[in-house]
Ligand binder design. Structure first.
Ligand code: GAL
Length: 919
């Protein structure tokens, strides 16, 4: 049966290039050129003792200090560079004969994948997921496999913080030789009429077995109550080595639709039966929904017109760089949904698969985007990769092939787009394809009129002109707004590089939130908006540079703490009454001075009171919102929102006292004991009456006990140069955040927060026991299985310490002893020599190292550096320990095993794994 196991645990990591101590002998060069023979960090010989142990997802870049001198503003002043990862793992002998596939969800940026001394894959985009078949090259039983990943993150693909390393999950999937292919299931529901849907299913199978196989493919559809609603089966034969696509169609009556408000999901089980036994099962989540685009009325979901209320987002979050635990994806999407958003643009690249799973589950529409505008072979592969990975997700509605490309309005851009679009359509003809353009839309031989939708980045003034020229062309605000604000900040100050929150600061090419929404919402033909951005992200601190290290664009900060704009969007995008007032009311020292007060509301009218006195009652123009000037006096600002003359909402802002303690808000009330579950912990300063104090900026220190760890912290301050990996952090305008993850035990977590002048906060997080999630552990033992062996057995006792000439590739042979006894040694009387040179630098001398032979047979003499250290007869296979006694100060030692063998012996020779162990 299929197994999918996490490979995230316990990798060894080295930051930086590795200097290969290249041997120049013929022997070394000859060996390096052979399958499995690569030298350097890809080889088992490499000393990784001093490497760090890390868990995936892992991003090394944000953990480095901010570096003004060498860093680049767009990249958040973080260095990237090169890193190496190694994981040694064992596979059971029961896995022999299975198909083995490694899946990498994403590595930033260029990745080289080595297994057991050979390069198996190179990947060139930091955002694509890719898989590597390791079936041919795996070791089973005692000999561990060595998986090495070299990551070159010195290459950038964007102008934002991209992270560095294996920052998404890695999986190992084991299947039977007759199996469903990787990404082999494609489900495409198609509506026939009000009741009837066709569920088109394509299933790709391969038979890697040596014989032909008769099999049955069963396709079962389950609804979200786990009830079987429809089924289909098909029997056939696959010849040895044959691959096949099977297309079927399963009718389903009146399915529960997937919609943004009620995202009903179905699950297809694709099952292979062989000899009456289930040998493979793939589960694919999908949904029944229709999408349609119309040049005049925009976007329709399930035949209901729906304005797309979207945000663009990059993928990093406070505290963790781009290495987000899955729980954070949910936290972020939930925050956006609560704001009234129904669409998410993956700017400007493929997201992690978990993001799409959350969007499916929570009902968030997705514009899936490709990173590189490139119609070369590699570019097309990247596009195809996006489509075959993501086309089953009901949340995905559009594919965007580029963002703001200089060639977008040219004939060359047109040809490139055409080729890329064709690649998409061959794999998925159901979704519109577009590009996000920031110019060139009026050109006749560019991309604008051959994309299914014309994407406008900004250029609000061009909407109507374009519509006049291309009345039949659907249009969307693929990127809008680019307004600036700093959370809980109400005075723009260039010296502090902060922006006020009154919705008046914006990039030169952008618009305020209100201007932009008015433009979009008053034009039915513009199907929606994707605001730049939902969350602040590291890098691109436009219009500033140092000391700003992250953006000011977000509707939320890097932690997901809402800025005031969040409530403005709620007023625009939600139906329920919204009434939010800003600023805070802590203006000690400004008594009597006028303070601008603003309401974000969708009520008809709002009455504002200061300490019970009416300031005024005003009618609301939704696109203008309301402003007052109120002379400051400490106390209570109270706003009453009316609809149809009835008060429907009341909001108060109070002058607070000094902070006396902290208040915590947990994303999850408990964590699973699986070592990967995580929660956001939001911390707020509060006064004695439990009022949030938005002006407190003190330093907190924190610690954790129990089976959990703090992955990192953040506070949303775009100018903060604090480390995210520390046990202290300043509050920024009253807020701070930790990301906490369970480790693998069940001792409840206890967090403690302290600060001068504040009551200590103790925060328990219960742990719920769960089965350890299925993963492949790492092994640390040092194996030395590759030996040089005399090719032909000697009839007479040879000199065990004879020299082996570097150019002699034929009297000596490289042999992997873990595969068992060699046929050439069986049934003879004679002698054989095994030789190995082992670097000693990795051996922990103080721990009494010894050489361990799993299985050796013959009359043995063992030499270390030509000195006899052991003489013993092993008439049958036995294990053996040989102490590596000190002083062995040589960097490399030579081990020679001379074995006298005879024809009575069943398994003569060194015929099992050899490793260096310590006591
Ligand atoms: C756009 C671009 C985004 C971001 C934004 C800032 O031009 O597509 O990636 O740079 O501007 O306003």
């Amino acid at each position: 049966m299929r197994e999918r196991l996490s490979m995230d645990k316990d990798w060894l990591f080295h930051l930086g290039e590795l200097q290969r101590d290249d041997e120049t002998s013929h022997d070394a060069i000859y060996g390096n050129a052979k399958a499995g023979g690569l030298k350097g960090a890809a080889s088992i010989e490499w000393n990784d003792n001093a490497w760090d142990t890390v868990q995936l997802p892992h991003d090394w870049s944000y953990q480095l200090p901010f570096d003004r001198e060498h860093g680049i503003a767009d990249f958040g002043y973080k260095q990237r560079g090169t890193g190496w990862y190694r994981k040694k793992f064992k596979l059971s002998t029961e896995d022999e004969g299975k198909q083995l596939l490694l899946e990498f969800d994403g590595i930033a940026t260029h990745a080289t994948i080595y297994l057991n001394g050979s390069i198996l894959e190179r990947n060139y985009c930091g955002y694509t997921s890719f898989a590597v078949d390791i079936t041919d090259r795996a070791f089973y039983g005692d000999r561990p496999n060595l998986l090495v990943v070299k990551v070159d993150a010195s290459i950038s693909e964007g102008w934002w913080y991209e992270g560095a390393g294996i920052y998404r999950h890695v999986w190992l999937t084991k299947t039977a030789p007759l199996h469903i292919d990787h990404r082999g299931v494609w489900v495409r529901p198609e509506k026939q009429d009000e009741k009837q849907w066709h569920t088109h299913i394509e299933t790709k199978l391969s038979n890697e077995a040596t014989g032909r196989k008769e099999y049955k493919l069963i396709s079962q559809i389950y609804n979200d109550k786990k009830l079987l609603v429809a089924e289909d089966s098909y029997s056939d034969i696959l010849e040895a080595g044959e691959a096949k696509s099977i297309n079927t169609q399963i009718p389903v009556q009146v399915p529960a639709l997937w919609d943004v408000d009620a995202p009903h999901l179905y699950e297809l089980h694709s099952i292979i039966e062989y000899n009456g036994q289930i040998i493979d099962r793939v589960k694919t989540t999908f949904g029944y929904r229709t999408i349609r685009i119309c040049p005049d009325k925009g976007f329709y979901l399930n035949e209901r017109q729906l304005k797309l209320k979207g945000t663009c987002n990059h993928q990093d979050h406070a505290g963790v760089g781009v290495a987000l635990p899955d729980a954070l994806q949910e936290y972020r999407i939930k925050r956006l949904k609560d704001m009234g958003s129904n669409a998410y643009r993956c700017a400007h690249h493929n997201p992690t698969p978990e993001l799409l799973e959350v969007c499916d589950r929570l009902g968030m529409l997705v514009m899936d985007e490709n990173r590189n505008f490139d119609s070369s072979r590699e570019g097309i592969l990247q596009v195809e990769n996006m489509v075959t990975r993501d086309r089953n997700h009901p949340s995905v509605i559009f594919y965007s092939l580029f963002n703001e490309e200089p060639l977008q309005g040219t004939p060359i851009g047109r040809k490139m787009f055409q080729r890329m679009k064709k690649a998409v359509q061959q794999l998925d003809p159901t979704r519109p394809v577009l590009g996000a353009m920031h110019g060139g839309v009026m050109e006749d031989h560019g991309v604008a009129d051959i994309s299914d939708i014309t994407g406008f980045n900004y250029m609000n003034g061009a909407y109507d002109k374009f519509k006049e020229k291309h009345p039949k062309q659907p249009m969307i605000g693929s990127e809008t707004v680019s307004a600036f604000s700093t959370r809980n900040c109400y005075e723009s100050d260039t010296s502090k590089q902060e922006f006020d929150s009154y919705d008046r600061e914006r990039a030169n090419w952008g618009n305020t939130v209100r201007e932009s929404w008015k433009t979009i919402n008053t034009r039915d033909y513009v199907m929606g908006t994707f605001v730049w951005t939902g969350f602040d992200y590291r890098g691109e601190p436009t219009p500033y540079e140092w000391p700003s290290v992250s953006t000011h664009f977000g509707i939320m900060d890097t932690c997901g703490f809402p800025k005031d704009a969040y409530y403005l969007y709620q007023a625009f995008w939600l139906d329920e009454p919204i009434l939010h007032i800003l600023p805070h009311w802590n203006w000690q020292g400004k008594e009597g001075q006028p303070i601008e007060v603003m309401a974000h509301t969708n009520c008809d009218e709002v009455a504002l009171y200061i300490n019970g006195k009416l300031v005024s009652r005003q009618a609301v123009d939704i696109y203008e919102q309301l402003m007052w000037e109120v002379p400051y006096e400490p106390g209570v600002l109270r706003a009453e929102g009316y609809r149809n003359q009835q008060v429907v909402k009341v909001t108060e802002v109070k002058t607070t006292g000094e902070a006396v303690t902290l208040k915590a808000e947990l994303q999850k009330q408990e964590l699973l004991s699986n070592g990967k579950d995580a929660t956001v912990v939001n911390i707020y300063a509060v006064d004695k009456d439990n009022n949030f104090v938005p002006t407190d900026n003190r330093l907190l220190s924190f610690s954790i006990q129990g089976d959990g760890k703090i992955l990192g912290s953040g506070n949303g301050n775009p100018n903060s140069h604090e480390s995210d990996i520390s046990n202290e952090r300043y509050l920024f305008n009253g807020c701070m955040q930790l990301i906490v993850q369970s480790t693998a035990g069940t001792t409840p977590i206890s967090l403690q927060f302290e600060s001068d002048g504040l009551e200590t906060l103790l925060l328990p997080i219960p742990i719920v026991a769960t089965d350890e999630y299925s993963h492949i552990p790492s092994v640390s033992e040092r194996y030395i299985n590759e030996w040089t062996v005399s090719q032909t057995p000697y009839a007479h006792r040879p000199d065990p310490n004879m020299e082996i000439e570097s150019t002699d590739m034929n009297s000596w042979e490289k042999v992997d002893v873990s595969f068992g006894a060699r046929e050439t040694l069986k049934g003879i009387d004679g002698y054989v020599i095994y030789r190995n040179r082992i670097p000693m630098s990795f051996v922990q001398h103080e721990q009494d190292p010894y050489l361990w032979f799993h299985s050796i047979c013959g009359n043995a003499e063992i030499y270390i550096n030509e000195k006899l250290v052991l003489k013993q007869d092993f008439p049958w296979s036995m294990d053996l320990e040989v102490p590596l006694r000190l002083p062995l100060d040589n960097e490399t030692i030579t081990i020679t095993v001379l074995l006298a063998i005879n024809k009575e012996m069943y398994s003569p020779g060194v015929n099992g794994a050899v490793s260096i162990r310590t006591k």
